[in-house]
Structures are given as structure tokens and as C-alpha cells.
Design a protein around this ligand. Structure first.
Ligand SMILES: NC(=O)c1ccc[n+]([C@@H]2O[C@H](COP(=O)([O-])OP(=O)(O)OC[C@H]3O[C@@H](n4cnc5c(N)ncnc54)[C@H](OP(=O)(O)O)[C@@H]3O)[C@@H](O)[C@H]2O)c1
Ligand SMILES: [Zn+2]
Ligand SMILES: [Zn+2]
Length: 339
């Protein structure tokens, strides 16, 4: 099969990815093989290729927003059959035995394996995954390239939203308005939760207002008009944690969504932290991911995407890094049999 691999880490402008031939994987036991139709490109893929994250396997096929169709199954597969539409997210597998796996908190499993980091992912014609960890896309009536971004920013946003524990009528603050926050806004609106968005760029302020935020502005320049029941902080900027906490009512939560964070300082514990809880978003979970896909289909969530052909992956990654793409999500599309 054709695949893009990273063998050594280097700046993407040096074109470290190789377009090559690999043996087509054969599904064993409870594994399914997916013929890939589309795969989103995420900043995490850039971090893996460029060396901000260590290589867990070399060579590796990155890509963790995978949409495709089951084309072969192992002899123990029960859930899927050839022809079923499936997706794969960052979660490739966990041990299924530890206390976290057995209590529905597999995101904390010490043996958590990530798609396109520990195991080959979606920048290829085929990949395999154990059936329990594949996401069913039956009934998700969208084009593969539109589904792809639901599988990373979509499911991560949804999990951060669930952690915020807000209900109809509550006020939710969203700090930063990238693709992840966009999905939270869509779900929150649908469930009758008011969203207040703080983001810096004019473009993001306008897009948050257009997409249904009750209020959107930059809280560095304009005061948040209401106190909040919960807030989700998306940028990895530790200096924003205390101001965000200060805006949340006692009994509320602040969710830190970032995977890394600059120094966090709390100077006024009594006024700004006491009575609020801080949660972090740590990996995605299978059950919530499938729940989100059902909900996204019901709501009809779509987001702007820029599509590149499979062979142009490396160019797409360069343009993504250099912020030359105006659409919030970038997806590669595999050639169809007709060409
Ligand atoms: N834990 C997980 O499993 C997981 C999975 C996916 C994503 N994430 C995290 O979720 C976050 C959002 O990711 P994303 O891809 O949706 O968005 P993103 O492109 O990383 O941007 C986040 C937004 O925050 C704003 N921002 C950035 N730096 C800021 C700062 N210093 N002060 C104020 N605002 C700032 C930016 O908007 P303005 O420029 O308009 O302010 C931007 O739109 C990231 O931190 C990512 O690591 C976590
Ligand atoms: Zn991602
Ligand atoms: Zn486990």
C-alpha cells in the first residue's frame, strides 16, 4: 500500500516525510482493516514529525482523524463487517484490564496507545485497529472529509464540555476559539447553554458571534459581561488560568484543555480559586467519542475544511505550519477507484 512515513524528525520545511510503499496490514483476531477514505491533519502530527513529541515508533505513519470503510476482518470480529463505515481517533487501544479501563476511564490507562504515534495511523491507504476502539460511523451521513475533523477537535471538545458539567440555562465561558472550541459552542447552543467567548483575533470574535455565542470579545480589552457557571480554557497560556477562575462562580469548574501549559500562578487563592475546581482534559474516550458523533449528526455540525489530495500531504503540512490555510481544518482525501 502507499503510505506517508516519518523516519527521522526534522522541520517540515525540510520535507522529512517519505511517500513510500508498505506491506498492507493484515487484520488478526479482533482487528479490522480499514480502507481509508480521508484523514485530517492535526497540529499534533506536526509535533510528531518535527520532534516536539518524541517518536514512539520509527518509521511511523502519522494521522489520527481517520475515516474509511472496513475491508477485511480478523476471525474474532463481531461488531463490524466488510463495508461498514468507521472512524479512528487518537485512541488506538488500551489494556482493557486495569482499574481505569474497567471503570470507563480508559483515558487514564497507563498502556494507552495513540493512533499515528505509537501505532501506524491514517496517512496511508489502509490501517488496522481492534474493533472495540474503532468508532462506528453508521448513520453519520456526511462526506468522509467532513467527518475527519470531528474525530480530533470534535471529540476532544466534547470531552472537555462533558467535564465542565453544565446544564440547560447555564453560562459557559470559552477562552480561545480554535476548532475545538467551535464544536463545544455548537453542542452547548444545541443543549440550551449560553456561551461567552474570549478570543483575541477579530476573525475569531466575528466567527464566534456568527456561530451563536451570546457574547464574544477579548477579555484583555473588554470585561466579560456575566459571571460564569464553568469555563474551558483552550490556549496553553498559564497566565490566563487565574483570570478565568476569577470569572467563574463558586461551585463551578475550569477545564484546562491544552496538552502543555506555561507557568500557572494563583496569587489570590481566597478570591479566585477557593470553591472552584480545576480539571484537565487528558486523552479521549471511546464511549464519549461515539456519543459525540451521534450528537454531531443530529445537530448537523459541519466546519470549513481545506482538502488536499493524498500525494500532497507534506505540502499541506507545510502550509498548515506556516498558517497559510484560512480554513480551520485540513484533510487529505484518498483517490477514489474511479480516480
Ligand atoms: N487534551 C487533548 O486530548 C486535546 C485534544 C485536542 C486539542 N487539545 C487542546 O485544545 C486546545 C485548542 O486546540 P485547537 O486546535 O482547537 O485550537 P488552537 O488552534 O490551538 O487555538 C486555540 C485558540 O486560542 C487562542 N489563543 C491562543 N493563544 C492565546 C493566548 N495566549 N491568549 C488568548 N488566546 C489565545 C487563539 O485564538 P485568538 O488568536 O483569536 O486568541 C486560538 O484560536 C489546544 O491547547 C490543544 O492542545 C487537547
Ligand atoms: Zn489531533
Ligand atoms: Zn487499562
Amino acid at each position: 500500500m502507499k503510505a506517508w512515513i516519518a523516519r527521522k524528525q526534522a522541520s517540515i520545511e525540510e520535507k522529512p516525510m517519505e511517500f513510500t510503499n508498505l506491506p498492507t496490514p493484515i487484520p488478526k483476531g479482533d482487528e479490522i482493516r480499514i480502507k481509508i477514505s480521508a484523514c485530517g491533519i492535526c497540529r499534533t502530527d506536526l509535533h510528531i514529525v518535527e520532534g516536539d513529541l518524541p517518536l514512539k515508533k520509527s518509521p511511523i505513519v502519522p494521522g489520527h482523524e481517520v475515516v474509511g470503510v472496513v475491508d477485511e476482518v480478523g476471525d474474532k470480529v463481531k461488531r463490524f463487517k466488510s463495508g461498514d463505515k468507521v472512524g479512528v481517533s487518537w485512541l488506538h487501544s488500551t489494556c482493557r484490564r486495569c482499574k481505569y479501563c474497567l471503570s470507563g476511564r480508559e483515558n487514564y490507562c497507563p498502556e494507552y496507545k495513540c493512533t499515528g504515534w505509537h501505532v501506524n495511523g491514517g496517512f496511508a491507504e489502509y490501517m488496522t485497529i481492534r474493533e472495540d476502539f474503532a468508532l462506528s460511523l453508521q448513520g453519520v451521513d456526511m462526506d468522509p472529509e467532513d467527518i475527519a475533523p470531528l474525530l480530533c477537535p470534535g471529540v476532544a471538545g466534547y470531552l472537555s464540555f462533558k467535564l465542565a458539567s453544565v446544564k440547560e440555562g447555564d453560562k459557559l465561558g470559552l477562552y480561545g476559539f480554535g476548532p475545538t472550541a467551535y464544536y463545544v459552542l455548537k453542542v452547548a447552543n444545541y443543549l440550551g447553554i449560553e456561551c461567552y467567548v474570549s478570543t483575541r483575533s477579530k476573525h475569531n470574535i466575528e466567527s464566534a458571534r456568527r456561530e451563536g455565542a451570546v457574547w464574544a470579545n477579548d477579555t484583555m480589552n473588554a470585561k466579560m459581561p456575566e459571571r460564569l457557571d464553568a469555563a474551558i480554557l483552550f490556549p496553553p497560556a498559564g497566565k490566563l488560568v487565574e483570570p478565568t477562575l476569577s470569572q467563574v462562580n463558586q461551585g463551578g469548574r475550569v477545564i484546562l484543555a491544552a496538552v502543555d501549559m506555561s507557568l500557572i500562578e494563583i496569587n489570590d487563592y481566597s478570591n479566585n480559586l477557593w470553591g472552584r475546581d480545576i480539571f484537565t482534559l487528558y486523552n479521549v474516550k471511546h464511549s464519549e467519542s461515539e456519543e459525540f458523533l451521534r450528537l454531531a449528526t443530529k445537530i448537523g455540525i459541519t466546519i470549513d475544511i481545506k482538502v488536499f489530495p493524498f500525494e500532497k500531504l507534506q505540502d499541506a503540512m507545510i502550509q498548515l505550519k506556516q498558517r497559510k490555510i484560512k480554513e480551520p481544518n485540513v484533510v487529505i482525501k484518498m483517490p477514489t477507484p474511479e480516480g
